[in-house]
Design a protein around this ligand. Sequence first.
Ligand code: AOF
Ligand code: ZN
Length: 354
Amino acid sequence: MSKSMENDQLLMRRCFDLARLGKGKVHPNPMVGSVLLNGVEVIGEGWHKQYGHSHAEVNCLKSVTQENQRKIPVSTLFVSLEPCCFHGKTPACSDLIIQNNIKRLRISTTDKTPQVNGQGLDILKAEGVDIKTNILEKTGDWIVRFRTLFVTKKRPYIILKFAVSKDGFLGQPNKNIWLTNPISKRLVHKWRSEVGAIMVGTNTALTDNPKLDNRYFYGSSPLRIVPDRHQKIPANAALKDGAVPTWILGPAPKQPAAAEHLQYLQLPEGATFLPALFDRLATANINTLLVEGGAALLQGFIEAGYWDEARIFETDKVLGDGIAAPDLKGKIGAVEQIGSDRLVYWYNEEDGLE
Ligand code: AOF
Ligand code: ZN
């Protein structure tokens, strides 16, 4: 590999690290990081910190000191994603690059958002900017995969999460059984802070009475979703406490709880149920959905091909019998040991995202 390619990769890795600092705070926007290089000196760094707020490139240029301002036009801008070229919540970064007279741009991958999708690069090329793309593109694509899936498939990136006993059971009918250790529990709350919505099935809501919020980690709690076609979930269920925005998928009771944030949505039944939910989520600008069980709901997502990632805790508890864990066909990615629990990440090969 040439020295300049090695250098490009080094700086792009820095952009990736910066991008990841926005995790959990920028969805449905992608995580993006940016570095400004002058000769051998990095004179600016920035990342997209908060949804609706300034983009990585803006923060990167803002970080340049007064005395280095004059060096901006003779510097190279590294960004983990193609600069945007339309005014959404914030102005177009392509304009920012042109206004600052930056003549060299290095990116990892294109922004698949239809209003961008290569057009940001075309605009800058037409302005005479020297552009190199595809620097560590696989990693660049991976970092923005939630966004890419959302804008290309018009549905949220779906993460299935469940725990299995040593003998392969999810639990036992109508029993609230806890399988994972407290550290894994905290990790799940971190995941909750990183997604837009979380969903469980009616039975899980009835047997576990879960809160489904993020209590054990920093950051926000996601929208809670639970189907309740036959109005089985009682008014005093934790999911109806109004503490966090919640969608109950089913008819509203005659005297609905006055809880704030509680919304009843009636969606069609059968094969169009999930697509109808995805439409509602897209309208609410939610691009990630964490499905935490139970077996029937997980199986429904799997059978319809609506899953992208599964995070499965293999625990050391033995149940003897119970509800069999869903059957999953995919590719195993990372495996982590979390005390007594083994966490296995699975990916749906149909996605072709990795
Ligand atoms: C960038 N740099 O750091 C990020 C980008 O509604 P807005 O203004 O936030 O813009 C949304 C568009 O910007 C959309 O195409 C999204 O993928 C992209 N995100 N673009 O140049 C960034 N976060
Ligand atoms: Zn931008």
